[in-house]
Design a protein around this ligand. Sequence first.
Ligand code: ZN
Ligand code: ZN
Length: 344
Amino acid sequence: MNHDSALSEMSSPSAPTSTDEGTSLRGSLAHPHFSTDREHPTETNVKTKRVRPEISHPVISSFRQRFPHGVNWYNVIWMVGMNAAAIAAFWHFSWVGLAIAVVMHWVTACLGVTLCYHRLLTHGSLIVPAPVKYFLTLCGMLAAEGSPLFWVATHRKHHVLSDQEGDPHTPNDGFWWSHMLWFKPKEGPGELEALLKRWAPDMYKDPVQRFFHKFFPVFPIVFGAMLYFGGNYFFDGLGLSCLLWGLCLRMVVGYHSTWFVNSATHIWGYRNYETTDRSRNLWWVAFLSYGEGWHNNHHAHQRLARHGHKPWEIDITYMMIRILKALGLATQVQDRLPQTDHAA
Ligand SMILES: [Zn+2]
Ligand SMILES: [Zn+2]
């Protein structure tokens, strides 16, 4: 597996140890040519220059291991801001805001993320004409779960290394890590580029996808501005309600629905297939995420467009794919379960 280069960049950079610095300090004290007070430390200076002992509390060492380059404050501030705005939405309720939220949740989380980002771009479970692909990709970007390139590369890496060393978001590293902490670390130099080239080389070759990758935050921000000004203009001053419900609250609900696929469906639920990972089928995650909660089925047959393999395993995203197929907009839909490995 040639992921070592990307992984090696994630390893903690070596910092000078207290022993190194202590040796250096002792060396300077013994040196005969320091003539100034600054260079020739007095007892007081020694005290102020004394190196703090290495703190070896397990929480701190775990933090250093997980965040070798520090915290990605852009992500943290965005998430804190969106969650605060989502709570504020309940003080600015309007029926039009709720309607926009419901419709845009389906457009972005279902058509954009589960259908396009996941089943189309990541796994090639169907083929659609290029204009349809880019339109659906735009829908996905309005969910603000990252650029399509980043999303696809991360998810493919998850499939190859599921619940093993190198899995970007396994609950082996704790529930909260797999749910929403895994994308908070700041990337090291060249680390993101290496991830994209290694795990999504097909998309990286596409200049449109690289453009989307570079400018993807602009799309939800512009959409938010359209909701605010459009809401004020067309719905008698309800711009703030349209913004808070149609963008902020809707996105936060979408975030947690997607994150539960990473966390909850690798912890709770039942298994139709004996896979080498911890994937499970979990009805309430399937309900929240348009069918993505049938995650054990998906890990067992990754390329299949249908994730619900039993009669009760309702898969809304697959229904959308069948509609696209009926309209002549989707071809080569991977929808047949292998007979030899059918869910028992
Ligand atoms: Zn998984
Ligand atoms: Zn997948």
